[in-house]
Write a protein that binds this ligand. Structure first.
Ligand code: RTP
Ligand code: MG
Length: 165
């Protein structure tokens, strides 16, 4: 396919002759932040380092991090969309059962990339090589949380780290 003139750039070849080259294709990327929680089972099983490495090895950056024992009040706010669901009592018991690691992770397309690294909600159905696929127990006890959209990320980051963005 021939590119139009404005899609080409002028440069020199090895012999110093002027030539037209295709402009480098710019990737569509967006720097985002997402909220990640290593849930109580991940902390209990001493998986903190291995889980953080999954994100860092993918090029994502840990921007904020804290240890927090999530209490009922925080759980009600963070998981507000699930409060009326039948599984909520189990989720509440689980997420408040011990300390968690709460992080803001930053990078290009961080929300979707982190969800990909985490894998699907049910570890039995999650691909091997994903965090849940490798370390999760069942549909409740699934090691990590990751924001599901940019707007959720903003809301959740504000819950745990205040409005600093
Ligand atoms: P998360 O919010 O923790 O990242 O998980 P998710 O988006 O993959 O799944 P979501 O539907 O938001 O569910 C939140 C958490 O609730 C527990 N859960 N239990 N049917 C069940 O028993 C059930 N479904 C969900 C899991 O701990 C899930 O991560
Ligand atoms: Mg969710």
């Amino acid at each position: 396919m021939n590119l139009k003139a404005e899609e080409k750039t002028e440069t020199c070849n090895k012999r110093g002759e002027k030539i037209k080259e295709d402009k480098p294709v710019k990737q569509k990327t967006k720097c985002e932040r997402t909220l990640i929680i290593i849930k109580p089972d991940g902390v209990q099983k001493k998986l903190i380092g291995r889980i953080i490495s999954r994100f860092e090895d993918d090029g994502l950056e840990i921007e904020r991090i804290r240890v927090l024992h999530i209490d009922k009040n925080i759980a009600l706010i963070h998981y507000k969309e699930h409060v009326e669901k039948p599984f909520f009592p189990k989720l509440l018991q689980y997420i408040t059962s011990g300390p968690s690691i709460v992080m803001v992770i930053k990078g290009e397309n961080a929300v979707a990339r982190a969800r990909e690294l985490i894998g699907c909600t049910n570890p039995e159905k999650a691909d091997k090589g994903t965090i849940r696929g490798d370390f999760g127990t069942d549909i409740t006890i699934n090691v990590v949380h990751g924001s599901d959209s940019e707007s959720s990320a903003e809301r959740e980051i504000n819950i745990f780290f205040g409005n600093y963005l």
